[in-house]
Design a protein around this ligand. Structure first.
Ligand code: HDE
Length: 749
């Protein structure tokens, strides 16, 4: 197959409203005919960016069996027993109008299986999206850890699952929520799972409160509403009464709570872990994932609109980017701290998961690179059945006594026993280690391994004495021998009582526009509460973060602002906590181009330039089909909404036919005042309000004027030709948004 630009080939494969018309490089992928197929043919293999996980046997051996990848074979429909079937549309009956016969095995098997297709969703993190990839160690951590996968240039296959926490499996992607960022490393020494979030702290300090915080954050039990959001009484009741959650809450109320894309989020291991070198020396570490594309967010109105317009926005964004060859990348980094008996750093308790160590105090040192480059072949088999666990460790990485981590070490194994129906879930293909498995665990539901030998115990004198145990020298996992002593108590250490100083540190580190968004988010969420006492109590919490924050939220709620009950801390701001003020690569961004029939030629050139810049152009036309008979339309005025695009280009009517706005006919000489299609005006107005770069050429200025956009507004680029305007637009995208526009844009409705 001829080599082409990866993004281009994927975009070319999309017609109409995003339905794939061709799958490049895959046999049997001719466009579907209108007629029912008459020739038997083999099932489709995975697409080039997909590949099944099941190339390892339940005992970790490579199988080399292609059937493990596709699960289905042969051209004819069969039962689960491989029996070919002549009909799957009619039950076996005593005559065409007679009763259905119980002997119809195919009917019973088909309905029985369907009845059991669903498994319980995860109790938290139910909605997610996954991808395969590769991790390459830099070797920079090898001075403090013996973990083999972190050694220089060692490549390890990985599977990553991103998720929202609160909503059900079918909930919207863009809810204001924490995001899960769980990574399974299939290392040569066994599976290592880094089960993190896109937030460096957590709501609670002790796992015993986890059921409580989740009961409070999820829907109300009487009506099971609201879905996938914290804007309701029980959540604010909980965080008002358990003020250790203040930092996590302000993090979620800031723009961090609504990421633009999974590809543009940081990830954090949250707890402090312990690294161990070959001599047994230990170092405390915190894990960070740093996205190559930078950290970017939606604005709240976009997030809300997307909940209806495209509830799968993040899932789609991840899969499309990988399919297009715009592989997302993150650097894994660590902050390191001496492993002292106090387990504190610069006065910060390293066992308190509601605290960060600012990056300015302990810089994040890169130790490896993650690249996501393959989509799952089957969502259920991989993304749904993957089972992460913080206790899946490898030699060189150990846990600490963080009480939140201790509870997690129990919970993940426990929950999977029910969710995946039995104890053999490590044998599900996506969970299989790539290292050899010799475990003496036997039988149980869904046992897929055919174990040999007669003596699954050790030592034994029948099966050659195997399996043998391994000490540290043979690669065995030996826990760090830590001293443990103390009275048995149900108490937290005194340092856990500081609930506000780091929320204030976070607030002071935000830029004015980020603060404005945070105030708006608190005002929205508390405004959705019914109980006055809950709002008033939370204002007292805000007073302990910052008087301006408290005052402005109180104003929005129409309530008096209380005074702080504790002295305000005076922390040094941490610029690393702000998302504004830098520039980043804008690979894989989506550029909408509004165009009419008369624009085909000029837009074709601009579209190509967008592709060449590594981004995805989507042409928006008045109707589906081809613009000017040559340029495919991917979105129409009916199907497009501004929230899908990172920047908007408005073409001019340069040739014969209706112009981009669906109003004027350039050939017929329609006047500049002719009304522009209201759907186009909505696209432009929203893009403007959401501070997205807008470019236009020629007559586009009239559309902008009718949309009420002030002349010379920041980030609105009107020029004579598309190519120049595009260059400027792409330059603006490097800062993600036109930040200057927010105060001005507030007046536009
Ligand atoms: Fe989890 N968490 N968690 N969590 N968590 C689960 O495990 C739990 C916590 C995180 O994509 C569950 O398999 C407890 C912190 C992610 O499959 C469950 C506590 C962090 C995922 C569970 C926490 C996380 C989960 C539900 C408090 C960030 C999704 C389904 C002590 C460091 C993994 C499952 C995936 C999922 C328990 C707190 C991350 C119930 C008890 C802190 C990314 O076992």
């Amino acid at each position: 197959m001829e080599q082409s630009h990866p993004i281009k080939s994927a975009v070319d494969a999309v017609t109409g409203d995003g339905h794939s018309a061709e799958i490049p490089g895959v046999p049997n992928s001719e466009p579907p005919s209108l007629e029912e197929p008459t020739q038997p043919r083999e099932p489709l293999p995975p697409k080039p960016d997909q590949s099944g996980p099941g190339t390892y046997s339940p005992t970790g051996q490579p199988t080399g069996n292609p059937q493990d990848k596709v699960a289905q074979g042969g051209a004819y429909l069969t039962t689960a027993q491989g029996l070919r079937l002549p009909d799957t549309d009619h039950s076996l009956k005593a005559g065409p109008r007679g009763p259905v016969l119980l002997q119809d095995h195919h009917l019973r098997e088909k309905v029985m299986h369907f009845d059991h297709e669903r498994i319980p969703e995860r109790v938290v993190h139910a909605r997610g999206a996954g991808a395969h990839g590769l991790f390459r160690g830099y070797g920079t951590a090898s001075n403090i850890t013996k973990a083999a996968f972190l050694a220089q240039d060692v490549e390890t296959p990985v599977f990553v699952r991103f998720s929202t926490v609160i909503g059900s499996r079918g909930s919207m992607d863009t809810a204001r929520d924490t995001r899960g960022f769980a990574t399974k490393f299939y290392t040569s020494e066994g599976v290592f799972d880094l089960v993190g979030n896109n937030c460096p702290i957590f709501f609670i300090q002790d796992a015993i409160k986890f059921p409580d915080v989740i009961h409070a954050a999820k829907w109300h039990p009487d009506r099971e509403i609201p879905q996938a959001q914290t804007a309701h009484d029980t959540f604010w009741d909980f965080v008002g009464l358990h003020t250790e959650g203040t930092f996590h809450t302000i993090w979620n109320m800031s723009d961090r709570g609504i990421p633009r894309s999974y590809r543009m989020m940081e990830g954090f291991g949250v707890h402090t872990f312990r690294m161990v070198d070959a001599e047994g020396a230990t170092t405390l570490v915190k894990f960070h994932w740093k996205p190559k594309l930078g950290v970017h967010s939606l604005v709240w109105e976009e997030a809300q609109l997307l909940g209806g317009v495209d509830p799968d926005f993040h899932r789609r964004d991840l899969a499309d980017a990988i399919e297009a060859g715009a592989y997302p990348q993150w650097e894994l980094g660590i902050q390191t701290f001496p492993d002292t008996p106090e387990q504190t750093f610069e006065g910060i308790d390293l066992l308190d998961s509601t605290k960060i160590v600012p990056e300015e105090l302990a810089p994040v040192q890169p130790i490896g690179l993650l690249t996501l480059n393959r989509n799952p072949s089957n969502f259920f088999a991989e993304t749904e059945q993957v089972a992460f666990h913080v206790g899946h460790l490898v030699p060189g990485i150990d846990v600490t006594d963080d009480p939140l981590l201790a509870g997690r070490l129990f919970s993940y194994l426990d929950t999977q026993l029910t969710r995946l129906a039995g104890p053999n879930f490590p044998q599900i293909p996506i969970n299989r280690p790539h290292a050899p498995v010799n475990d003496m665990l036997r039988d149980g539901f869904h046992q897929a391994a055919v174990h040999r030998g007669v003596a699954p115990y050790r030592p034994n004198s029948l099966d050659g004495g195997c399996p043998f145990t391994a000490g540290a020298v043979e690669g065995g996992y030996v826990e760090v021998p830590m001293e443990v002593s103390g009275r048995k108590v149900r108490e937290a250490p005194a340092s856990f009582a500081d609930h506000f100083s780091q929320s204030r540190l976070f607030w002071l580190s935000l830029t004015p526009v980020e603060r404005e968004h945070t105030i708006a988010a608190y005002t929205f969420e508390l405004g959705k509460c019914y109980e006055q006492a809950i709002k008033e109590r939370y204002l007292r919490v805000l007073a302990n973060i910052d008087p301006v924050l408290c005052q402005q939220v109180a104003e929005g709620l129409g309530l008096p602002a209380p005074q702080a009950s504790e002295p305000l801390a005076d922390p040094r701001p941490s610029p690393a906590l702000s998302q504004v003020g830098q520039t980043w690569p804008a690979d894989g961004r989506v550029i909408g181009i509004i165009a009419g029939d008369g624009d085909a030629e000029a837009v074709g050139v601009v579209r190509q330039a967008v592709l060449d810049a590594g981004m995805t152009p989507l042409v928006i036309g008045p109707t589906g089909g081809m613009l000017g008979g040559t340029l495919p339309v991917q979105r129409t005025f009916v199907t497009a909404r501004s929230v899908e695009f990172d920047a908007l280009l408005v073409a001019s009517a340069s040739g014969p036919g209706k112009d981009a706005y669906g109003a004027r006919d350039a050939k017929a000489g329609g006047g500049a005042d002719a009304p522009v299609d209201p759907r186009v005006l909505l696209l432009i107005t929203e893009a403007y309000r959401h501070a997205k770069p807008i470019g236009g050429w020629g007559t586009a200025s009239q559309a902008c004027a009718q949309a009420g956009i002030p002349a010379l507004a920041p980030g609105v680029l009107l020029g004579d030709d598309g190519t120049t305007v595009l260059q400027e637009t792409l330059r603006l995208l490097a800062a993600h948004r036109v930040w200057d526009r927010f105060p001005a844009a507030a007046s536009l409705t």
